[in-house]
Write a protein that binds this ligand. Structure first.
Ligand SMILES: Cc1cc2nc3c(=O)[nH]c(=O)nc-3n(C[C@H](O)[C@H](O)[C@H](O)COP(=O)(O)OP(=O)(O)OC[C@H]3O[C@@H](n4cnc5c(N)ncnc54)[C@H](O)[C@@H]3O)c2cc1C
Length: 563
């Protein structure tokens, strides 16, 4: 059997959930889409209201709201009350992780008022924002000023707080790293109600480095200062088809943004934006973008494509046309480009509404898209949720760039899932070891994409139904994810915790470094107040007793190894 041959699998008998999933579009069209649209509109009105207030007023309200949080935390009686959680309903967040921890007894702190942009400082090139500010809101404010966050995560609904405490990436991450790498300071309310500001070089620098990936288990984030960059009105996008086997596709992707001579910091050789879509084991399209002024975009002969209009073809399908017509270039308005996969939820939209990519649907109802992920989650019930865990994949594999070819072959063998999204990101070498770090000694090898200060990684986004499921064959989703996680651990890779994980506690701490995290948990009094990150991310129900026993074990063995 060649390396790429996939195992033969027996056929699977359909059950009622299969039919429910097949006809889910009825609920989506008649219920989810209209409610989503209404919610988007109300959120938009909320944003407009927020923007109509002066920065001074927003700051005043912020101070009052922080005081309320501090007061609420101080009201908690650790002996009687459960662990602290935000009052955000579990289904509202975009992530797919099982948030059953909110079913255990817990002490809610309401952060829902923290949704204002507090300041845009053009001199320091910093946006000071509250944690519930989302990507659609911030890009609407900054792009007209020819400014942008350095990393604008794709979906409008993703929040600053979630992208910091969880994980966030975009096509500019090969320059700036993950979303949390672009943060200059965090304002955190600690377990004892103290408000602290953590930066990389003040007395809370350990906390600063421990916050990313901690899932809010060190303190409550109430504001963050995030780096801004200057941008232009358009993105000049080049679509370049690549063909070959998976290793060759991986090399084509690497060559699209990582100069072979190692000149990775040269803006002449490295584009502003990068992504690649692998459509099959033999075909992909590499896209590279460079900011362009409106004067350049509007020059005679240039093609402008406003992909944000509701009736436009879905972006990944539009990009796929390069496989037939060959390389092409076009100019996309910058904000449309940032949110190019939003309308189709990458390619998940096709599974949820199988005809929504057709021209007639796009023209008639495309303006209602996308359904809110939160509402899809709220209307699915436990049986459907379990079905998705078994028969569907939403995972990101973060792997060193030079291992992308191996990872693609692994994914093909295990899941046969296409399209696959490839997005590079820097993983910086830091003065301390946070939860994720580059491979030890990477700077001595300096492979393609690496610099002395950062190793180049890639996010391999897997979101779709695997080949065997589409063919009606048996597929064990939990086992496939389990093997994928082992592969990641063996290859110095990582898995964001918004996904559904099968990791045991031991393997969780083999994947992530718990040293700094545990040290900060103790130092800043988080143990016994906030649930530990493994328990918060763990799949399945968890009781308060289970969580507290784990907490107690940590408390009683201060020197115990975490792994
Ligand atoms: C369909 C889909 C598409 C996606 N697309 C992208 C994408 O394009 N780019 C990308 O980077 N990611 C993407 N993601 C993943 C996404 O990054 C994660 O879900 C991320 O955690 C942000 O989600 P959220 O804003 O809903 O945060 P949440 O899930 O609400 O929060 C994430 C974690 O942070 C904690 N947290 C949030 N706010 C605070 C706070 N104020 N204080 C303390 N803790 C807090 C929460 O408790 C939680 O543990 C996608 C996920 C899905 C399912």
């Amino acid at each position: 059997m060649s390396d790429l041959e996939v195992p033969l699998r027996p056929k699977r008998k359909k059950i009622w959930v299969d039919y429910f999933v097949q006809f889910r579009w009825i609920i989506v069209i008649f219920l989810v889409l209209p409610i989503s649209f209404t919610l988007y509109f109300l959120t938009y009105l909320g944003d407009v209201r927020s923007e109509s207030k002066s920065f001074k007023q927003r700051q005043r309200e912020h101070d009052e709201n922080v005081e309320k949080v501090v007061k609420r935390l101080k009201e908690r009686n650790p002996k009687k009350d459960g662990l602290v959680c935000t009052a955000r309903k579990p289904w509202i967040s975009v992530g797919m992780r099982n948030v059953d921890y909110k079913r255990a007894r817990h002490f809610e702190v309401d952060l829902s008022a923290f949704r204002n942009v507090l300041d845009i400082d053009k001199e320091r090139m910093i946006a000071r924002v509250e944690p519930l500010v989302n990507m659609g809101q911030i890009s609407r404010v900054t792009v007209p000023m020819n400014l942008s966050l350095a990393v604008v995560a794709e979906l409008d609904d993703l929040t600053v707080g979630g992208l910091i405490n969880g994980y966030g990436i975009e096509g500019s991450s090969h320059l700036y790293g993950l979303f949390s790498d672009t943060v200059v300071s965090y304002e955190i309310v600690l377990a004892d109600g103290r408000l602290v500001r953590a930066t990389k070089d003040n007395q809370y620098s350990d906390l600063f480095y421990a916050i990313p990936w901690s899932q809010g288990t060190l303190g409550l984030l109430v504001a963050a200062e995030v780096k801004l960059i200057p941008v232009k009105e358009y993105m000049k996008v080049t679509y370049k088809p690549i063909v070959g086997n998976l290793k060759e596709l991986a090399q084509g992707y690497i060559d699209s943004f990582a100069p072979r001579d190692g000149d990775q910091d040269n803006p002449e050789k490295v584009p502003d934006f990068v992504e690649t879509m692998i459509y099959s084991p033999t075909e992909g399209v590499c896209m590279t973008g460079r900011y362009a002024s409106k004067e350049e975009a509007k020059k005679k002969g240039n093609k402008i494509n406003s992909v944000g209009w509701w009736f436009k073809p879905w972006f990944y399908q539009h990009a796929q046309t390069a496989l037939k017509k060959g390389e092409f270039v076009e100019y996309i308005p910058t904000r449309d480009y940032y949110h190019r996969h939003t309308r189709s939820l990458y390619w998940e939209g096709e599974l949820i509404l199988p005809f929504a990519d057709q021209w007639w649907f796009r023209f008639l109802l495309g303006w209602l898209m996308p359904p809110k992920v939160s509402l899809l989650k709220a209307t699915q019930g436990e049986a459907i949720r379990n079905y998705y865990h078994e028969m569907h994949v939403i995972q990101d594999m973060l792997v060193p760039l030079y291992k992308v070819g191996d990872a693609l072959e692994f994914v093909h063998r295990e899941m046969e899932l296409y399209p696959v999204w490839l997005c590079p990101h820097r993983l910086f070498k830091l003065p301390v070891k946070p939860m994720i770090s580059p491979e030890p000694g990477f700077e001595l090898q300096r492979r393609q994409g690496d610099t002395h200060y950062a190793q180049m990684y890639t996010d391999i986004l897997l979101c779709y139904a695997p080949g065997p499921v589409l063919r009606g064959e048996q597929f064990d989703g939990a086992e496939a994810v389990h093997r994928m996680e082992n592969w990641l651990i063996e290859n110095h890779g990582y898995e964001p915790q918004y996904t559904v994980s099968e990791l045991s506690e031991k393997n969780f701490w083999r994947m992530f470094d718990g040293g700094l995290y545990e040290q900060c948990r103790r130092k800043y009094g988080a143990v016994g107040t906030f649930m530990s990150v493994y328990y918060k991310s763990k799949k399945g129900r968890k009781t308060e007793k289970e969580v507290q026993e784990a907490e107690q074990a940590i408390l009683e063995s201060p020197d115990a190894e975490v792994a």
